[in-house]
Design a protein around this ligand. Structure first.
Ligand SMILES: C[S@@+](CC[C@H](N)C(=O)[O-])C[C@H]1O[C@@H](n2cnc3c(N)ncnc32)[C@H](O)[C@@H]1O
Length: 282
């Protein structure tokens, strides 16, 4: 759900009340505070679609939605916005209903929760479909990825876009941990545990460390294949997409971290760690 690069976009927040410890903290709340940037993601999706198609998108599908922070932000963009969120695990879905959607009132009815596999079809063909935070890397073979991408293309509305994010660079392949202070005496730790070059298998986890010395280890664990951008682009084209564009994140001048702004760029820049979107057009 996170990489060091993308998560740098999150600014440290101020908190009030008793300081958090591993015992009194909620892992989904910490995850959203340290990893999700739904406002940036939704802005990118709407701007990209509007620029390419000359009209604003209406119906979104979020694959691997979990707590669906992105879907909730989509709904906030206007009364014409509807969304479907797909996830097979009821636990984050129930958390998301309570914490991300209850406050939306009647607008929450514009979200359709689908406790289903991402390869299942939508109730309504989406203008934009996205699989954020690299979750589609659970597909570890080319055959599985091709089948998934093909089902995404077939399911899109006319003129629809399918958008994924990805990261890379030499740092992404190192077995290392990156720590970031997320405020309130809490440290977010992104742990790149293992990468096997022969198979591409990639294991990582998120831990949280607290001011009192307590730790929430392996709050989230991931078993992925590390995919390359060009490899994914080729699979998307094999899946029948008409065009695939890469958008790379710019660099913050002050601290060399990602600045949250993505520009279309067919080549990218060879740096230690980069993050990008692939936008596949039907
Ligand atoms: C890494 S979380 C992503 C959550 C969300 N995208 C975010 O960034 O907040 C991955 C989610 O994918 C779900 N998942 C894994 N395999 C799936 C599948 N085949 N179909 C639907 N959901 C799946 C898991 O239940 C989990 O909630």
């Amino acid at each position: 759900m996170a990489t060091p690069t993308k998560s740098r976009r999150k600014k440290q927040g101020r908190r009030r009340g008793p300081r958090a410890t591993a015992k009194n903290s909620d892992k989904y709340d910490l995850y959203q505070k340290s990893v999700n940037s739904p406002d940036n993601d939704v802005e990118f999706l709407i701007e990209t679609y509007t620029t390419m198609r000359g009209r604003a998108p209406r119906h979104l599908r979020e694959d691997f939605c979990g707590t669906a922070a992105l879907a909730a932000e989509w709904i906030r963009q206007g009364d014409d916005k509807t969304v479907e969120g797909f996830d097979i695990d009821p636990e984050p879905v129930e958390w998301g209903k309570k914490h991300n959607f209850a406050s939306l009132g009647d607008a929450a009815d514009r979200m359709t929760w689908q406790l289903k596999d991402v390869r299942d079809p939508s109730a309504k063909a989406p203008d934009v479909r996205t699989a954020p935070n690299f979750s589609y890397w659970i597909f570890k073979t080319r055959k599985e990825m091709l089948e998934y991408f093909t089902s995404c293309r077939e399911d899109l509305a006319e003129g629809g876009l399918y958008v994924v994010d990805l990261y890379g660079g030499p740092e992404a392949l190192c077995e290392m941990q990156e720590e970031r202070d997320i405020g309130g005496g809490i440290t977010y730790v992104w742990d790149q545990k293992s990468w096997w070059p022969g198979s591409g298998e990639y294991e990582s986890a998120i831990h949280f460390h607290f001011h009192d010395g307590s730790k929430m280890r392996n709050a989230f664990e991931y078993s992925w294949r590390m995919w390359g951008l060009t490899e994914l682009k080729d699979i998307m084209l094999d899946a029948g997409f008409a065009k695939v564009d890469s958008y790379f994140e710019g660099t913050d001048e002050d601290d060399e971290s990602g600045d949250g702004n993505f520009e279309i760029d067919p080549r990218g820049e060879n740096c230690e760690a980069w993050i990008a979107y692939l936008v596949a057009a039907k």
